[in-house]
Design a protein around this ligand. Sequence first.
Ligand SMILES: NC(=O)c1ccc[n+]([C@@H]2O[C@H](COP(=O)([O-])OP(=O)(O)OC[C@H]3O[C@@H](n4cnc5c(N)ncnc54)[C@H](OP(=O)(O)O)[C@@H]3O)[C@@H](O)[C@H]2O)c1
Length: 281
Amino acid sequence: MKTTNEFSKRALITGASKGLGKEYAMQCAALGYELLLVSLPHSNIYGLGKEISNHFGIKVKCFEMDLTDFNQVSKLADEVNTMGELDLLINNAGCGGSGEFEQSSIDFIDRVLNLNVRATALLTRLLIPALKKSPNQSIVINVSSMAAFSPIGYKHVYPASKAFLLSFTMGLREEFKNAGISFSSVHPGPMLTNSDTARRIIQQGAMAKFCTLNTSEIAAISLKEAFAGKDVIIPGFGNQLSYWMMKLLPSKLVQRLITNGVRNEIKIYQVNPGFTIQPTI
Ligand SMILES: NC(=O)c1ccc[n+]([C@@H]2O[C@H](COP(=O)([O-])OP(=O)(O)OC[C@H]3O[C@@H](n4cnc5c(N)ncnc54)[C@H](OP(=O)(O)O)[C@@H]3O)[C@@H](O)[C@H]2O)c1
């Protein structure tokens, strides 16, 4: 398996304007990658791209676009495929939230499924030609979540979308194992990405705080382990412990415990009826 030093090529990162995606962008730049950064319009991705380019002395190209729009995904893929090889694809953009299913808007459910599931699957499919052009083994990192490991009431489509990503990643990993593309699924637990997430993690209590890592730790662990060819990456001791507890305890009990936690969390957030549209564990 290759080491990180052997990579000095091109990486595409979705959701790169902030949070974990921004951290991936900076760490990939530090590793010498030329960057293709994607985020929604008006996220100042161009400003960030310029800063990274000046600081690390690497080429950065930014794309302001909505990944839930297939025409835009298709245009992006066409442009990337004409550039030559793609050595690293990080499907990081994702969204989710907590709330009662019957109160959640159709628009919200559609957006979670479109971004987390549809955009990831279609972009990956369309970029296979560029990934196959890499002279070394190329790498695809799909950012899932600890939520992939158990259904969770009041989060409905979010954990289901992240479980999709795990299954999708493992299937492609098997299919492409002799075709020069390595697939890894990353499962962050709580991350302090913005003030709302931070507030909710604090509300969730001691276990959530114990499992919380910052984005730079998660990016560093996941890049290192993906470069080493690991399939399922669970950053941090607290999350690994949670994973094994979820495996060992009866699944119905796990679902009830986690759902109770989320029910309590949304009671606190009744101030904002409907949904909190924030990425969640
Ligand atoms: N935060 C957590 O505690 C946590 C825990 C486990 C897993 N995760 C997962 O980790 C990943 C990153 O989470 P994060 O908290 O770092 O996210 P974040 O801070 O909310 O950033 C999301 C990024 O995705 C971009 N984005 C959102 N919708 C998009 C769309 N339709 N088209 C293009 N770009 C879009 C955003 O662009 P704008 O800046 O323009 O909005 C932003 O760059 C997600 O997949 C999330 O589900 C998060």
